[in-house]
Every structure is written in C-alpha cells, then in structure tokens.
Design a protein around this ligand. Structure first.
Ligand code: PHE
Length: 525
C-alpha cells in the first residue's frame, strides 16, 4: 500500500505536473477520492517519505471537516427519527391508526418522543381517532441526506447554516483536517527505487556508485549509543575511599605482593604458629615454590624469641618455634601483612640502619618530631585483594578487598584510634558508629566497629581495629613510646550496601551482568 501510494503520487505529478488538492487522489484499493481525515493521514505518510528523498515538495492546508457522532451515523443509515415515525404509520384512510403506546413499541421510546413533534411540524403525519396516520405519501428526509453527504465529503454544499444546526443537535462534530498541495522536488522521478544508505566496496569496484542515488544524511538522528569503557563498582568505591585517606593525609602502601610468607602474614604480627587462622582450611598455601627466602636474620631471631620464650616484658607463647611454619608461602589473608612490611621499613632508622632519606620517605610526614631515635610518624593506607579459604555463599568469596589504615606516632591512645575512625566513617557517610571489645592476636586492645544501617534498621559490623602489640612493634625496632593503631574493613560490604546488591556473585565474578557495570552511577559519599 505504502509503495503503491507513493507510485500513484509520482505518476499523478508526472501527468499533471502538480497536485493542487490531495483530496482528489483515489487511493490504491479505494473507489472514492481520499476526502476523509484518515485518508489524508495516509497520504501524509507517503508525502513525507518522498520528501525525505527530495522527490517532491508539499504544502499543508488546513480545513475544518465534519464527522458524524454515533447518533448522526445511525440517522445517516436508518433515517431521522421523524422519518422513522412516518414509516411506521399507515397512510391516512388506508389502515388502523397507530396509538402512541403502539408507536413507542414500534420505533422505540426515544425515536417516538423526538420524531413525533418534528413529523407533525413537517406535516408528514396527523391524528385520526386515538392514533397517528401518514399525511404525505412520500417524504424528503433532508437530515438523512445531509448527514450522508457529510459522511462522505466532510462538509455540506448547502453551507454553514445547516452544519451549525446539525452541530447543535449533536449529530456532527467539527474536526480540524488537512490536505496538501504537491509539486515536484529536485530529485523527482517516477521510480520509487530506494536510495542507497551506504557506500560499499562492491559499489566502488563495480562503478555503481557513479549512478547510484544516495539517501541524505540525517543530522537530527540520535544515533546508537556507543560502548565506552566503564569502571566496576568496586573500583568506584575504592577511588572514593582512597580520596578520603588522601585528604586525611595518608600515603598509600605498596600492596602488590599477593604471595607472602607465614612469617610476614602471621609471625611478625605475633599470631601464634598454632593459631587456627593458619590452618589449611582457612589459608591457601603455595606448593611451588613451597618456601620463602629467609627474612633478615636478626629480626627473625627477635620475632622467634618473643614467640617461643617471650621478651619486651611479654611471656610469649612458650610453644616450640617452627621454621617450617614460618617459611611457608601463602596467599595473604589480610593486607596487615603489607602493613607489617611497611612498619618494619619505617623502623629502619630506629634500628640504626642507614636510610636514603628522600627515597625512603613514604610517610608523607616531613615535620616529624625526631628526638634522635630516628622515628618519624606515619599515616599509611592500602586497598587491595586478600584471599581466604572460605566456603562461598551469597556474602563470601575466596577473595575480597581489604581497606586498611595504619597510624604510627608517639604516645597514641585508644581515643586517637576511635577519633580517627569516627572521622573516617563519617566521611564514608556512616555517622552512627559503635565499638565493641574484640580479640586480634596482633592488637591489644582490639575493637570491632559497628555502624547503624538505616535500611536494615540494625547495627552491622563494618570493621575491625586495634592498637598493635609491643610484641609486634618492639622486635621491629620501634622505640617504646611509639604506638601504632590500625583498622580494616572490606571494600565489598560498603559497595554492596551502596549499590543495593545482596548477592556478592552479582558484584564479583563471571556472573556480573555487564550492564550493571556500564550503568552503575558514580559514588559520592
Ligand atoms: N587485619 C584485620 C582483619 O583482617 C584488620 C585490622 C587491621 C585489625 C589493622 C587491626 C588493625 O580483619
């Protein structure tokens, strides 16, 4: 239909050079000219399609047309009420007059009521005995004829006065309509062959491009969305948390070594060699190579001594020391292993080692109070991956990210730690925090951090913290008045809360819907 109509328009233009009124067209498959509103909408579709190829030009004209109401349509079909009344009656003197009650039954209440008066007024019917009879042998039902004319042409030749009357009687309504004058466009031709949309290699080799007709560019088109790179939700949250640390004056620790030794992951932190966290069920051990290179011998000796026999006013664990256990290679179970490396490095000057000042200054703190023992305060953080031999479920994976902050300075107290964490969590948008005494082998005292979750309406654990033990700090060489506190939390927990994700497998791993990554909004705490 669409193409046949386009062809009709082009052929008509070819024959007549212009179409002055699109209502003269007889659409394909129709008998009568396209005078109705609907027909002109169909014509408009074809015109627009030809216009986009510049084959034609057209102008829109507005007209008021009339359409029949349901009542108008029924009159056009079956006659006016008065005509229906008239037809139901016998001719005067030729039959039994019809009583008003009978008339109601014959034509219906409504028609009887409306039609009677008008039929009388027109002189079509009269009274005889107790009933009605026909006074005229034939009638001219003008209303029906007018409505039929309006139905097919949208208007009346006789003019506005009758139209106004029919409108008042709610038999027709006025509607805005349109029709078109059509002329040839610059690309006029009688062929409706579709223009090319692409210049192809085939067209270039065959030379078809020389004669091909190309569709014009549509610069208004929106185009398809392009696929750009997108940051994963965890990376967005990591960036926000990193910014919090940076604005609080922290320096980022290097955390690239996923593989650590038992010594750095546990022993240096005064985690007993028999501690259950070191079991195969909780820690992934490396089989090849199975053992690490030995740590610096003096430090190793101090660590093994504090474990086995005690030192620095500590009685130690008094359990036999296993070099085998200490040298095992494993995937780090917490980033505190990296913190231990950094703290050991921080204490280098205190141990009397020569340090290349500028190069080794990872503390970000140049104005440290140095009282001759070589100590410089430091605020360090890291956000990186850790591994635990966990049974996987909706909230646990065998690998996740830890956020960790460590502060080293003289005479720090537990209040300093609590104060730091309050500020830190507040910057993450967590205002209500609570602390609960806890146990870590490497910190004393230790605190678990709980935050009030307004959506869950309960307190949830968000982190772990504490003051590092002297058994850990003193073998590194820190002066006795140096305290180090630290706290750690997972990156996944706040990310899941932030993005309303309740299964960690839709956040990490092969089941992550790529649209989640592409469409996730930026995070601002
Ligand atoms: N390492 C602890 C954990 O894995 C977090 C922590 C870091 C605790 C620093 C105290 C101090 O949960």
């Amino acid at each position: 239909m669409a193409e046949a109509l386009q062809q009709l328009i082009l052929d008509t233009l070819d024959a007549q050079s212009s179409i002055k009124d699109s209502r003269i067209l007889v659409l394909p498959g129709q008998k009568d000219p396209a005078t109705s509103h609907e027909a002109q909408i169909t014509v408009l579709g074809a015109l627009n399609s030809l216009l986009s190829r510049e084959m034609i030009k057209y102008e829109t004209r507005e007209v008021f047309t009339h359409v029949l109401t349901p009542e108008g349509a029924s009159i056009a079909k079956e006659g006016s009420h008065e005509a229906r009344v008239w037809s139901a009656l016998p001719i005067k003197g030729q039959g039994i007059p019809v009583t008003p009650q009978q008339l109601k039954k014959l034509v219906g209440d409504e028609t009887a009521k409306v039609g009677q008066g008008r039929a009388f007024k027109n002189g079509w019917i009269g009274k005889e005995g107790g009933g009605f009879v026909k006074m005229a042998n034939t009638i001219n039902d003008a209303a029906q004829l007018d409505l039929q004319e309006i139905e097919s042409t949208g208007t009346l030749k006789t003019g506005e006065k009758t139209l106004a009357d029919l409108r008042k009687r709610k038999l027709i309504i006025q509607k805005k309509g349109q029709w078109f004058t059509v002329n040839k466009g610059p690309e006029f031709s009688t062929s409706t062959a579709k223009p090319e949309t692409d210049l192809t290699a085939d067209m270039l080799t065959s030379g078809a491009w020389k004669t091909a007709k190309f569709k014009k560019y549509n610069f208004e088109a929106e185009g398809i969305p392009t696929n750009g790179g997108a940051l994963h939700m965890l990376l967005k949250v990591r960036e926000e948390i990193r910014n919090i640390f940076l604005e609080m004056g922290f320096a980022e620790m290097p955390t690239q070594s996923y593989v650590e030794s038992g010594f750095w992951c546990f022993d240096a932190l005064f985690v007993p060699q028999q501690h259950p966290a070191r079991d195969l069920q909780d820690t992934f051990y490396i089989s090849d190579p199975p053992h690490s290179l030995p740590p610096e011998p003096e430090y190793y000796k101090r660590v093994s001594t504090v474990h086995e026999h005690g030192a620095y006013s500590s009685t130690g664990y008094r359990a036999p020391w296993s070099h085998e256990e200490s040298s095992k290679l494993l995937l780090r179970t917490h980033t505190t292993a990296s913190s231990a490396h950094m703290l050991y490095k921080l204490a280098a000057k205190c141990r009397g080692e020569k340090v290349d000042g500028e190069k080794e200054d990872f503390t970000g703190t140049k104005s440290a109070a140095d009282n001759g023992d070589g100590f410089k305060p430091a605020k360090l953080f890291s956000i990186d991956r850790v591994f635990r031999n966990e049974t996987m479920d909706a909230t646990h994976l065998a690998e996740f990210h830890q956020v960790e902050g460590v502060v080293a300075d003289r005479n720090l107290t537990l209040s300093d730690l609590i104060g730091f964490m309050r500020v830190f969590f507040e910057k993450m948008g967590i205002e209500k925090v609570r602390f609960k005494p806890a146990y870590n082998p490497y910190t004393e005292p230790s605190l678990e951090i709980f935050a009030f979750h307004p959506m869950l309406n309960k307190w949830v654990e968000v982190g772990n913290s504490g003051m590092f033990r002297p058994e850990m700090l003193e073998p590194m060489g820190f002066p006795k008045d140096v305290r180090v506190h630290g706290w750690g939390l997972s990156l996944e927990r706040p990310t899941m809360i932030r993005y309303g994700i309740n299964n960690i497998r839709t956040l990490v791993g092969h089941k992550v819907p790529i649209e989640n990554v592409e469409n996730s909004p930026a995070v601002r705490f």
